[in-house]
Each structure stands twice: as structure tokens, then as C-alpha cells.
Design a protein around this ligand. Structure first.
Ligand code: COA
Length: 312
């Protein structure tokens, strides 16, 4: 019998070793996932943020740690790569079932779990309504793509960066079929922008150095935007732009690169794959269903989800 409860102080060390083991396994299949841990900081984090543990015969068989992010209405619950572990499907079903009830009660109606980009990991979440909404890919090839498109010149943007980024944001919105937003947020001060030009701006790319985060290697840069003007697509502009970004950012101290895209976007998937980015993690998202539907119990594979455990 598995039950779920809020973690207590004596759980932290065991959960910390579960996280280390999970990151270690993820690193084996995806070397870009960083398995190194600052043990003291991890224990501090576990001690200061509430999380759930699934317990069976006094042993922890799963944990779930996330945070509610204010995305307007409704709020969403985000779980990072270090925020979920489970020994088997019964542990997963039980911990998700308990969390769903509590989060629903707290007004959260959508949740996002980050897992390694493996079919088994993604498949394990599917029975609960989770499907991939974001793939994070890391540059896996040793040689960066540096092929330059004909007649294309790439340079780092300076005073024109904000204007170029606003245009790029419009192009991304248009590609997604949404109306371009009228008020683009000002770029983060750490964001660096590049532009590809022919006789005019033909494409824009931007990236920033990632902050320290578990699972992400130090000095990784995250590509935030890449967009090419529609009339010059499929001529190597995007490839040239990203190649320049990578070469240039390496000079600024970057050691690794990652980017995220919608897995349903076939162009983005083909583009990043062609440029040498392999999937490392996936964000699987689901609407939180009201516990009253008892969907959890019907859908859970293996032993039925246990409603046991103490109330919060
Ligand atoms: C994605 C985008 C930046 C690609 O720019 P681009 O200049 O057309 O790309 P390139 O010509 O350099 O293509 C490089 C490789 O990517 C792949 N690729 C690019 N566009 C593709 C498409 N429409 N279909 C299939 N593969 C494609 C190909 O493998 C291509 O190499 P090839 O032409 O030798 O076969 C551009 O389509 C765009 O701006 N889209 C809208 C914004 C967007 O979706 N940005 C990315 C979001 S994460």
C-alpha cells in the first residue's frame, strides 16, 4: 500500500539521493543534462519548499516538488527535472492523484512536468492526460553549424537590437498563427541579439547565458528567438545566423547551447534537428481535472491509485 504525505525534515536526505540518482540516469542517456549537485544547496532547497513523498512500507518510493507560477488566471504548477521521482507506476499514480486534489483545491488548473526526453518517461505520464508541449534540445554535435548562406552577412546587433527583436517576435507569432502582440516586453539586459542581413535585415536570433539551474551545465546559453523573414526562408539564413551566434557566444564564454520548441511545430523540429540540437528534456503538460471525476483511478496503470495518506 502506497500513501502520500507532505515531506518532513527526516525525508530530505533520502529525497536528495533520489534526485542525484535520477539526474545521474538522465545524464547517461542525455549527456547534456548536468548531473553534478551542490548537496548543501539541494538540502537547503528541500528544507525550504514543501513537497510530497510517496511512502510504501516506510520507504520513500516517489517525490513531487514544484511551484505555483502566476501565469495570470489560472495559475500553473511547474515541476523541474529534479522535482519528480517514482519507483513504479503505482508510486507515480498515487503521488499525482494526491497532488492533483490539493492543487485543484488551491485553484491550479494546469500543470507542467519536466522529464528526460525518453519515450518511457513521456509514456508513463500519458495516462494522466500529459502530453509534450515543449522540447528542450541541446547542441550535441561537436562542430557547430557554420555554413553561411549566399549573400548573407551576420553581425551582433547593438542599438537596433530592440527593434529587431520586436520584428522577430512578430514573425514567431505569425508562424504560430497568433496575432502579433502590440507590446513586446523589453529584452532582458543579458540577452544578446544577432542579425542576418542581405540588403536589409533578413533574420534575427537572440540568446542569453542561463542562470545556475540543476540539470543545466554551467555556462550554457539559451537561444530565445530565431526568426527569418518569410521571403528568404529555406536559403540558409537561419543556419548562418545560428552558426554565427554559436561562434560568437563561445567567444563570450558559452560552453553549451540549448533551445526549446513546440514538438508539434514540424518546421521548428526539422530546423533544430538539422542544426544539431538533440532533445534532452520535455515539458509534459496537462489540465488538472477535478478529483470528483475519479479519472485518476480509472486511468492509473498497475495497482489502483490509493486515496490513502493524510490530508494536507
Ligand atoms: C525556423 C526558421 C528560423 C528557419 O529559417 P530558415 O532560414 O528558413 O532555415 P534554413 O534555410 O537555414 O534551414 C536549415 C535547415 O533547417 C531545416 N528546415 C528549415 N525550414 C524547414 C521547413 N520549412 N521544413 C523542413 N525543414 C526545414 C532544413 O533541414 C534546412 O536545411 P536544408 O534547407 O538544407 O534542407 C524559419 O522558418 C522561421 O523564421 N520560422 C518562423 C519562426 C520560428 O518558428 N522560429 C523558430 C521557433 S523555435
Amino acid at each position: 500500500m502506497t500513501h502520500v504525505r507532505r515531506a518532513r525534515s527526516h525525508d530530505h536526505a533520502e529525497v536528495a539521493s533520489r534526485i542525484a540518482a535520477r539526474l545521474g540516469r538522465a545524464h547517461e542517456s542525455h549527456p547534456a543534462i548536468d548531473a553534478s549537485l551542490d548537496d548543501e544547496r539541494l538540502l537547503d532547497d528541500l528544507a525550504t519548499s514543501p513537497y510530497w513523498v510517496a511512502v510504501r512500507r516506510r520507504r520513500i518510493v516517489g517525490h513531487l516538488a514544484g511551484r505555483v507560477v502566476d501565469e495570470g488566471t489560472p495559475d500553473a504548477y511547474w515541476v523541474g527535472l529534479d522535482g519528480l521521482s517514482y519507483d513504479d507506476t503505482a508510486a507515480l499514480a498515487t503521488i499525482l492523484g494526491r497532488a492533483a486534489r490539493v492543487l485543484w483545491r488551491d485553484g491550479v488548473t494546469r500543470w507542467h512536468l519536466t522529464v528526460p526526453d525518453d519515450a518511457d518517461e513521456i509514456g508513463a505520464l500519458a495516462p494522466y492526460g500529459f502530453s509534450p508541449t515543449q522540447r528542450l534540445g541541446s547542441l550535441a554535435r561537436v562542430d557547430p553549424p557554420t555554413v553561411t548562406g549566399p549573400g548573407v552577412r551576420c553581425r551582433r546587433a547593438d542599438a537596433d537590437a530592440a527593434e529587431l527583436l520586436a520584428r522577430a517576435s512578430d514573425l514567431v507569432d505569425l508562424a504560430r498563427g497568433v496575432r502579433p502582440s502590440t507590446s513586446a516586453d523589453p529584452p532582458d539586459p543579458t540577452t544578446v541579439t544577432w542579425v542576418a542581413e542581405t540588403d536589409r535585415p533578413a533574420g534575427v536570433a537572440a540568446a542569453f547565458p542561463r542562470l545556475d539551474q540543476r540539470g543545466v551545465a554551467p555556462r550554457t546559453w539559451h537561444l530565445t528567438t530565431v526568426a527569418v523573414e518569410p521571403d528568404v526562408r529555406r536559403r540558409g539564413v537561419g543556419r548562418a545566423l545560428v552558426g554565427t551566434l554559436i561562434d560568437d557566444a563561445r567567444g563570450l564564454g558559452a560552453r553549451g547551447f540549448d533551445v526549446s520548441w513546440d514538438p508539434a511545430d514540424v518546421v521548428a523540429s526539422a530546423f533544430w534537428g538539422a542544426l544539431g540540437f538533440d532533445g534532452t528534456t520535455v515539458v509534459a503538460s496537462a489540465d488538472l481535472v477535478t478529483p470528483a471525476t475519479s479519472r485518476w483511478h480509472r486511468r492509473a496503470p498497475g495497482p489502483p491509485a490509493s486515496p490513502g495518506g493524510r490530508s494536507e
